[in-house]
Design a protein around this ligand. Structure first.
Ligand code: G
Ligand code: G
Ligand code: MN
Ligand code: NA
Length: 257
């Protein structure tokens, strides 16, 4: 309850911020080209210091605070994208994590439409990340919401793919364009033949279904080489960059392009 009350005040007191992790497309020539950013929420409390989203997102979900917080995240991330455009960065996409609670909320497609209109960002530059749990909780509803978002031109991806319990039969019904391969499968890729088999299978299945793949948590050249060889289209991870404050992200992106 203490944390809940603190979180309630965090938004008004501007203790919440976003960090951005660059995402890269793996081009055929062997280059990694920066194509997007994932917005990651950060909370700096005056006494507690940095509180991890792993701790406060569940509290935000249980208390309903995730709705105003999630709306702030969306607006802030898309406003930042416009500021980067003005600063001369390449036209990036912005990936925003969605909580199951936001996904279930009736107002989501309208809210997304309002924020896109308000910030002037074209819908195709926004990618909403859903977990398998959020999608599978109520598949019929999920399909309807995905169809509405898709009709607006917003992109959808499945986050932490492989760790939830998504039914493969739903993958073809869900309007998602991308699977984000969870970092738990990437971590030991160079030592663990089973992880290699899983990652290889996910990339092939995605390809056959017309879905893109992005591998998360790429930390070594060895992991990158394997992913590239198997045809993974995109990566993010500490090998390239940690999540960065907006200004540092801009410097990073400008230096690489
Ligand atoms: O960046 P970091 O490793 O601290 O993120 C921890 C977890 O918090 C990840 O699962 C990430 O998806 C989640 N997270 C980060 N930002 C947001 C956000 O804006 N909304 C939601 N719902 N989850 C977030
Ligand atoms: O669940 P989601 O994929 O949204 O969360 C991403 C989380 O992974 C963030 O907390 C981010 O800080 C973290 N992260 C990003 N890249 C790496 C990496 O290369 N290694 C590790 N260990 N964590 C990473
Ligand atoms: Mn994510
Ligand atoms: Na993930």
């Amino acid at each position: 309850l203490l944390l809940e009350n603190a979180l309630r005040r965090a938004l008004e007191r501007r203790q919440l911020s976003l960090h951005y992790q660059p995402q890269f497309a793996l081009d055929a020539g062997g280059a990694a080209r920066i194509v997007g950013a994932e917005a990651l929420l950060r909370w700096q409390h005056p006494e507690l210091g940095w509180v991890s989203p792993v701790e406060f997102i569940p509290i935000a979900e249980a208390s309903g605070l995730i709705l105003p917080i999630g709306e702030w995240v969306l607006r802030e991330a898309l406003s930042q994208l416009r500021r980067w455009d003005e600063a001369g960065l390449p036209q990036l996409t912005m990936a925003v994590n969605l909580s199951a609670v936001q996904f279930r909320h009736d107002d989501l497609p309208e809210l997304v439409g309002r924020v896109l209109a308000g910030t002037g960002v074209p819908a195709w530059r926004l990618e909403l990340e859903l977990t398998e749990g959020a999608a599978m909780d109520n598949p019929a509803m999920a399909i309807a919401v995905m169809n509405e978002l898709d009709a607006r031109g917003v992109r959808l991806s499945i986050d932490d793919f492989g760790t939830g319990y998504s039914s493969l039969s739903y993958l073809k019904k869900f309007r998602v364009g991308k699977l984000k391969i969870d970092q738990s499968f990437v971590r030991d890729l160079t030592e663990d033949a089973e992880d290699r088999a899983i990652v290889d299978a996910v990339i092939r299945m995605a390809g056959a279904l017309g879905l893109q793949t992005l591998a998360e948590g790429v930390e070594t050249e060895g992991q990158l080489a394997f992913l590239r060889r198997q045809g993974c289209q995109a990566v993010q991870g500490y090998l390239f960059s940690r999540p960065l404050p907006a200004d540092a992200f801009a410097e990073f992106a400008l230096a690489r392009t």
